[in-house]
Write a protein that binds this ligand. Sequence first.
Ligand code: 5GP
Length: 174
Amino acid sequence: MSPTILLTADTIAARVHELGREISERHRGESVVLVAVLKGSFVFAADLARAIDDSVTVEVEFMSVRSYGDSTETSGVVQITSDLTRSIEGKRVILVEDIVDTGLTMAYLLENLRTRGPASLELASLLHKPARARTPVHIDYLGFTIDDVFVVGYGLDHAQRLRNLPYLGVLEES
Ligand code: 5GP
């Protein structure tokens, strides 16, 4: 079972640089807190942070979530297993996610973070699978829209493996 390349490392890098430029333009002269949702977004967040130029002051925070459901379908019941270490009250926050699939995880997390009183709250997601959407989620900075396929690599796993692939691939069952 080896992945078929969906998006090459070069294609991803070019798009992440564009997203970094968009964030830099929108937040010039401001401070932002990037909140990376572990584990899947760790590679994207690391590249995105470095694609934001020094006209923006960048802080980085991490959260871990676990979503209940079977292995392919989330239930929308989300547990925060590791929370922010600092308050985001009054701060400009950009949540950084690997993929918005049904949207249930992000809908929960955005609502949760909103109650903490940030000055602004935006979402950057590397991938979006609109075919599986169960709740609308506004993505401010979107990398790529993809079909309903299971992707791995560039931080995304299959049973905790394959996160280290430098590209995004599709797992073909064989
Ligand atoms: P949602 O609540 O939007 O359905 O769930 C999003 C989460 O499901 C993502 O953060 C990711 O952990 C997982 N997920 C959804 N689609 C994929 C996929 O194609 N590949 C991998 N590796 N994880 C996925």
